[in-house]
Write a protein that binds this ligand. Structure first.
Ligand SMILES: [Zn+2]
Length: 594
């Protein structure tokens, strides 16, 4: 409250100070240097996420921080001749967005590969793969990602023969949209030495036909690992180039920070590549703040791994690159029956998924990391995995007497009614990716069939968790889905496809408001990354991370939210993206105009 009073008193106080300075013959410069703005944003409709001042018209920025938020009149005293003025022209201004769940390097590298996300059938996939292979004759492997289970045929699993038919002599390797299944052609299987005699790796599967012959479908990371042994790794230069392209994409989408939830491929974690990020920071190419998690592999964290986590944490801790979170995978996904459920799957009563960690080992490891102050992210999708994770967090807090650790659960696709209020009660952050609940065929035909109607009633329970006091932190899981947060907001609000299906929305009582969806990508995200002192809202003293967008999300049809275009992205007071479709009018200083 004290800050706010100081702010409102500023104008009269300034007038007195100005008068004194002039009287003393010191001119205006001393005053101007102390309090002047480098940039002011005027004529904005700024939704600040500051509950004491939800809307504002103008923002003054000095260096990398916000120095004033208020009306144009409030901000005017900070403006001097050299202040850059951005006239927002009445457009919506928001805090810059944070994506709380990315596999950033994987995503950045995938920008150079085949995109199959919207390919509807095998013929379309074949066409794109063939076109890409022909356009890139020098690449030894043909790689792509994004195919969906319904698109590859009636069994929902792909077959090598469809790839062999178009490319028999060069390895082809395509990742499913969810990163849990891969599709290889015969050449790729041959290079990896995968034959009918190769045993299934632990936790994974080499899918076989009736004769025991591998079909080319590989399930889960451990099966992918067989292929990773022979896949060429990207060079340092390729990774640097991919990062730069990734930053541009992120800034263009309105992102100012991403959380990296660890890598998918070998050596692909952003934390393992933090030295590259540090080099990009030094050369001025880092335009996206990065929070990097260490991926903990079962069965246990070894002492030297904990030491590594501590070393990374003390090495990387500035406003741009920070480490100090640890990511666990408690289970798999519902589509492949690998998410751990309390009751059997609805479509197959023999299956209830399985845990990737022994619950006791996990609980002890969580308690140890909690004691050290390390934040924990746990992937938990089945209601059993969610419950055991909450149990481990509750145990750590009571055993160590710790408060406000903000441990997180990632995904939470199913949950029991009893566990919903535990997020608020325990201060556990609910990290959701709204587009995972996009009600397309994959969700309605595969996910819902497997989970069944009872668990389906609490699918992605955004509203229930928030209403019972839990903090929602939103993200994408890029490259699993697009990095574009606007489509995520639309789905959080509608739970309908872009075609408007299902008519009433998928589990409509779990929809949330536009304001709450924006909060998930801003203040909620900042809280979920322990950054709310400096980020997440437009307030005096916080970092000048903001965006200007082309439409007012509060006034349009929800179905138009997904097409929102970012016009300008600013990170730390610097413009890192400007839309070619918009040039803010640069206003002259009023004293110069006279
Ligand atoms: Zn993920």
């Amino acid at each position: 409250m004290a800050l706010k009073i100081g702010f409102w008193l500023r104008s009269p106080k300034c007038a007195v100070a100005l008068l004194a300075a002039v009287t003393l013959g010191q001119g205006l410069s001393a005053y101007a240097q102390k309090d002047s703005a480098d940039v002011v944003v005027l004529n904005a409709r700024a939704y600040t996420l500051n509950s004491r001042q939800p809307w504002a018209e103008a923002i003054a920025i000095r260096g990398e921080a916000i120095i004033a938020v208020g009306s144009v009149k409030d901000v005017e005293p900070y403006r001097i001749a050299k202040t850059k003025v951005i006239d927002a022209g009445g457009r919506l201004v928001l805090p810059g967005f944070t994506d709380c769940h990315t596999h950033f390097l994987d995503g950045a590298l995938s920008l150079q590969r085949i995109h199959l996300d919207d390919a509807k059938d095998v013929a379309e996939i074949q066409r794109r793969v063939k076109a890409y292979a022909e356009a890139h004759p020098d690449q030894p492997w043909v790689r792509g990602r994004g195919w969906t289970y319904p698109a590859v045929g009636p069994t929902n699993l792909p077959d090598k023969k469809d790839l062999d038919a178009i490319i028999p002599d060069r390895p082809v390797y395509l990742e499913a949209f969810d990163g849990h299944t891969w599709w290889a052609n015969s050449k790729a299987l041959q290079l990896a030495g995968i034959t009918r005699d190769t045993p299934n790796p632990p936790g994974g599967e080499i899918v076989r036909d009736a004769n025991g012959e591998p079909t080319g479908a590989l399930k889960e990371d451990s099966a992918d690992a067989l292929m990773l042994r022979v896949l060429p790794l990207p060079s340092r230069e390729e990774k640097l180039a991919a990062y730069k392209t990734g930053f541009r994409e992120a800034n263009r989408a309105g992102l100012v920070r991403v959380h990296s939830a660890g890598g998918v491929g070998v050596g692909m974690s952003d934390l393992m590549n933090a030295d590259l990020l540090a080099d990009l920071q030094k050369s001025g190419d880092l335009t996206l703040r990065m929070y990097l998690a260490y991926r903990a592999e079962p069965p246990a964290l070894k002492p030297q791994q904990i030491q590594q986590i501590e070393e990374d944490r003390s090495k990387y801790h500035d406003d741009w690159i920070s480490a100090g979170a640890v990511k666990f995978f408690m289970d798999g996904v519902i589509e492949s029956h690998t998410a751990a459920m309390l009751a059997p799957y609805s479509d197959d009563p023999k299956l209830s998924g399985s845990l990737l960690w022994d619950p006791e080992t996990y609980k002890k490891t969580v308690a140890d990391l909690d004691k050290r102050g390390i934040q924990i992210f746990t992937h938990a999708i089945g209601d059993r995995a969610v419950r055991l994770t909450l149990d481990a967090y509750a145990n750590a807090a009571s055993q160590n007497g710790t408060k406000d650790r903000r441990h997180r659960i990632e995904h939470i696709e199913t949950i029991t009614a009893e566990d919903i209020p535990r997020f608020g009660k325990l201060g556990v952050i609910a990290s959701f990716q709204p587009l995972h609940a996009y009600p397309d065929d994959d969700t309605l035909l595969v996910w819902l069939k497997n989970a069944g109607p009872e668990r389906g009633k609490r699918a992605w329970a955004w509203h229930s968790i928030e209403a019972s006091g839990g903090v929602l932190a939103f993200g994408s899981d890029w490259p699993i889905v697009t990095l574009n947060p606007w489509e995520g907001i639309q789905n959080a609000v509608t739970r309908q496809t872009v075609e408007g299906d299902p008519p009433g929305g998928f589990v409509p009582n779990e929809r949330i408001s536009v304001a709450d969806a924006i909060r998930g990508y801003t203040l909620g995200a900042a809280i979920g990354g322990r950054r709310e002192q400096k980020e997440g809202s437009l307030e005096k003293g916080k970092l000048a991370d903001l965006i200007v967008v082309d439409r007012n999300l509060f006034e349009i049809e929800p179905t138009a939210i997904g097409k929102t275009e970012v016009l300008l992205t600013m990170v730390g007071g610097k413009i890192v993206y400007e839309s070619p479709n918009w040039k803010p009018e640069i206003l002259a200083h009023p004293t110069e105009a006279k």
